[in-house]
Ligand binder design. Structure first.
Ligand code: HC0
Ligand code: SF4
Length: 569
């Protein structure tokens, strides 16, 4: 037997085994193109190259046998760069008319280029018909548009935003931005629903994978990654994992294999959000005249863009609490940096989200409170899946790993943030406690669950009646806001999520053509909540510690500086 290590994993294999097969036995599938076992093991495509400690040259894994004591890396920065460059070179000689190719959808080159996140062939000059701001989080390549008009339908009928329209006549008919404005000037919420409903690759998010890979390759940087509630119930779909197999522990293990230094959970900061937003609601209710009603949740970045452009009159009604993504970033570069004794300037804070609008949110100046950019890079669930696939990680084989201590501790209340009604339910669970000093039954507020676009409920807490509403999908949000404006309805607290079904159906989630997945994924979030030992945000021991050690109490001056968009309450 031969003993060796691959990506730090120790293993023992038969003499004569190739690196490719040894890696496979450790759960790592090294990407390859020309290799066919027993037929073609010539290492010609140079896609399966790996780095072996002590050797200058990269070796092809398909035809190199293992040797005793070998230390092999299948995903080092050199390997990743070489693999990507080699695929780019192959593409430069390839006629990429995939839609009309009989192998489309079953093509190794197409798959590998996609898994490696190659969005534009750099050795070819593809001329697009429309000018586009490539920094904008939503990108459209009109040369791939098939004019199916799904983007127009979802934006008009579901989101009621009307960003797209048919432009031109006869042969020049195409889809364009309404009124000929530039995309970054359109009233787009960045919900990304046009992307998840596009049957081809004409619409996509900005690809930020390379920024993450650069950070991972930089020895001066410390990489911290958080992942959102809704990512945990979708990340394994691409790899074909059964719902019960796509656990958070496996995702932590995948992120560690990719090379992140710290893996944390956005659910921790969702619990922080509840403490701040719940306290804010109680404070506002104690001084009703001073504030505009109802109070709106403020954690959905698509909804924030929508309210700013469509209903600015409601801006004072928004909770000043930042989203969990941003709370996490602010605490990572202050409290966490202090605790770990790290210079915050060295931290690269990466966020894995089911959302395209979160890419925009991280760049908004008012949400940065740490003195640095609180969240440096946001990847969608689809980009996360590509990171996993690009490194040949076999998700089904991963051994569960725990989050890094201690931003990994979260409660069921934080988990359900990812489903419509979840933020409201989590807030009510803790508001009840903050008012009465007793926990309600954990499922006391379940009336706000479900896929209805506009839900209402009334609860009585310590003799106070509270009327709440929950809307998902921006068309429903518009109807609800118009009804409030007209005086037809009155509420105390309203949750709005831009995507149908909430983040579970977010615009950055894996695409299943022709199928809405929000209800299934949302149901899974409620299952997780029901099985967790803690289901109330105020019971999160890390949240309690954060207040004891660092913030004092909810709505304190420091809490305002880091966790709210207003420095004073
Ligand atoms: Fe969501 Fe969130 S619940 S917006 O949908 O609040 O994206 O999942 O991460 O930030 O937690 C998205 C999901 C989040 C945030 C949380 C909130
Ligand atoms: Fe993003 Fe979630 Fe809002 Fe959709 S519902 S825009 S995924 S934050």
């Amino acid at each position: 037997m031969v003993n060796l290590r691959i990506n730090g994993i120790a293993l023992s294999v038969q003499e004569g085994t190739t690196i490719m097969n040894a890696a496979h036995s450790a759960g790592i599938d090294i990407p390859h193109l020309c290799y066919w076992e027993g037929l073609n093991e010539i290492g010609a495509c140079r896609i399966c190259v790996v780095e072996v400690a002590g050797m200058d040259k990269l070796l092809s894994a398909c035809n190199t046998e293992v040797k005793e004591g070998m230390e092999i890396l299948t995903n080092s920065p050199r390997v990743r760069l070489s693999r990507k460059t080699n695929v780019q070179l192959i593409l430069s000689e390839h006629d990429c008319q995939c839609a009309t190719c009989t192998r489309s959808g079953n093509c190794a080159l197409q798959t590998i280029a996609k898994n490696l996140g190659i969005a534009n062939p750099i050795y070819k000059d593809i001329t697009e018909k429309f000018r586009w701001n490539r920094h904008f989080p939503l990108i459209r390549n009109s040369s791939k548009c098939i004019k199916c008009m799904r983007c127009i339908q979802v934006c008009d009928d579901i989101q009621d935003l009307h960003v797209w329209e048919m432009v031109g006549t006869a042969q020049r008919t195409s889809v364009g931005v309404r009124n000929g404005v530039r995309m970054d000037e359109a009233r787009c919420s960045l919900c990304g629903q046009c992307i998840t409903h596009c049957p081809v690759g004409a619409l996509r998010e900005r690809n930020d994978m390379d920024e993450v890979l650069d950070a991972l390759a930089d020895p001066d940087k410390i990489t911290m990654v958080q992942f959102a509630p809704a990512v945990r119930v979708a990340w394994g779909e691409k790899a074909g994992l059964h719902r019960v197999e796509q656990t958070t522990g496996k995702l932590v293990a995948a992120l560690k294999q990719i090379g992140f230094d710290y893996v944390f959970d956005t659910v921790y900061s969702a619990d922080m959000t509840i403490m701040e937003e719940g306290s804010e609601l109680i404070k506002r209710m104690g001084d009703k005249e001073k504030y505009s009603w109802p109070m709106f949740t403020s954690c959905c970045s698509g909804w924030l863009r929508f309210v700013k452009s469509e209903f600015p009159c409601f801006l004072p009604n928004l909770s000043t609490a930042k989203s969990p993504q941003q709370m996490f970033g602010a605490l990572a570069k202050t409290y966490m940096a202090e605790k770990l004794g790290i210079d915050p300037a060295r931290i690269v804070s990466v966020s894995l989200m089911p959302c395209t609008a979160k890419k925009y949110e991280a760049d908004v100046e008012q949400v940065n409170g740490s003195g640095f950019k609180d969240v440096d890079i946001v990847l969608t669930t689809r980009e996360l899946d590509n990171l996993i696939l690009a490194d040949g990680i076999n998700a089904g084989e991963l051994k569960e790993m725990p989050f890094d201590s201690f931003f990994g501790e979260g409660t069921g209340a934080g988990v359900i943030f990812g489903a419509t009604g979840g933020v409201m339910e989590a807030a009510l669970r803790s508001a009840y406690f903050l008012i009465t000093k007793e926990n309600p039954p954990a499922d006391a507020f379940k009336n706000v669950r479900g896929m209805n676009g506009w839900k209402e409920a009334t609860f009585t807490v310590a003799g106070t009646h509270m009327k709440v509403a929950v809307a998902n999908g921006l068309g429903n949000a518009r109807r609800l806001l118009n009804a409030i404006k007209a005086g037809a309805v009155e509420y105390d607290f309203v949750e709005i999520m831009a995507c149908p079904g909430g983040c579970a159906g977010g615009g950055g989630q894996p695409i299943h053509d022709g199928r809405e997945m929000a209800e299934i994924r949302g149901g899974e979030l409620y299952n997780i909540d029901s099985t967790l030992p803690r289901r109330f945000s105020h019971e999160n021991p890390t949240v309690q510690l954060t207040y004891r050690e660092y913030l004092g109490e909810p709505l304190s001056r420091r809490a305002h500086q880091l966790l709210h968009t207003e420095v004073e309450g």
